[in-house]
Design a protein around this ligand. Sequence first.
Ligand code: FAD
Length: 421
Amino acid sequence: MIEARNIVVGAGAAGLWAAWRLAQQGTEVVLLEKMQQTGTKVLASGGSRCNLTTALDGEQARHAFGKDGARFLRHAFRIMPPQGVRERFAELGVPTEEAPFEKVFPTSGRAVDVRNALERAVRQAGARILCHAAVLEIRRESNAWLLALAGGRKARCRTLLLASGGKSYARTGTTGDGYRWLGALGLPLVPPRPALVPLLSRAPWVSDLAGVTLEHVEIKLCDERGRVLGRRRRPLLFTHTGVSGPGAMDLSEIVSRSIERDGLERQGEPPLELAVDLLPGQSEDSVRILLEQQEGCRATKVLQTLPLRIPRRVFDQVLRQADLIGEGKATILSGKKARSRMLLALKGLRIPVHGTRGFDHAEVTAGGLDLAAVDGGSMRVKGVDDLFVIGELLDLHGPIGGFNFQSAFATAEVAARATPT
Ligand SMILES: Cc1cc2nc3c(=O)[nH]c(=O)nc-3n(C[C@H](O)[C@H](O)[C@H](O)COP(=O)(O)OP(=O)(O)OC[C@H]3O[C@@H](n4cnc5c(N)ncnc54)[C@H](O)[C@@H]3O)c2cc1C
């Protein structure tokens, strides 16, 4: 029997941080991890560079989590804002630096430094880390939590902190076990959905462009009636199966939500559409004037006059959608209607999307323990004694840019401070 005052389940970003900060207060902590090593997702993150937080301040950062998330994270991002995360890592010997889009990376550019620093901090603070320790069940018995582990082992603690993450990228250890435990306790769960995941498109021209990136675009996600469901000004990447890159991935949770829950595809329904503004800095009026100046020219020539560089093959698709190309030969840009069609295609190139690549390719799981069931001032689960939930297991997800680690660290900090020692 493994016995400790406090047990943290899951040695990912949140669990490592919580175990470290809790043990620093002089209390006994055991950290249980099902994988053979800690922080598997940290190691895989940010292209193995680990975008560990954002350069925004806490107040700005919390608003990246939607209305409910922002409200819930108010306290957490106040006591452990992004700057605080950077300071703690600097103390652990991991200085950080800023990158475009307010991202923050370790100066070394190595995710392994982040994972190693956290693991070292946990051990130096006196906590024990047990890997290959998969928790199967949790049960409340008198004043304690009893845990059944794989291999017939058992564990007992007074206070339990659950940090077992979501159910995306299951190969990193996250198979959604926490949802089962919380569900069995009768707690409300928001159905998990893949988020920060590439989108699927069946349009052949999209896969033909695989490998092409559009750096400076604004993307709107629209439904079949043209209603705008979300928008992002971030790069877009064409792939063999659809579109990826931060712009598409940030909008993917909305696509997931619009699909029948766990499904990957919008079966039998009209596809959603991305409308890509290829000239986001230019007003419609200024583009209209620019096109008027090209009246009577070959439509293909317009490309050279545009204020932003658009890859030739993408521009060909603009011409196609504007009905200005046919049978291999370009058309003359002539008349108001033709100019309007080209304006429309330049300011809203249409990409049909019908689903996402699902949990296997999702960086984050949206959904999880309903925030209404948790006290944001302590991460204590309401109505259940000695139970704390932190990190991605909560119904929290942010966009690409270090927000999800920031939320994992900050919620862990809150729980560590609130846990009785
Ligand atoms: C490829 C990829 C890249 C990413 N890049 C970034 C990035 O650059 N910046 C960013 O902010 N976010 C990034 N994310 C998201 C980020 O990794 C997560 O949001 C974050 O790790 C969540 O932290 P967590 O501690 O809640 O969960 P996790 O880090 O997922 O940790 C959960 C841990 O619990 C363990 N566990 C699960 N079930 C059990 C069980 N039954 N018993 C014992 N242990 C269990 C798991 O093995 C895992 O170690 C990325 C995600 C992926 C997949």
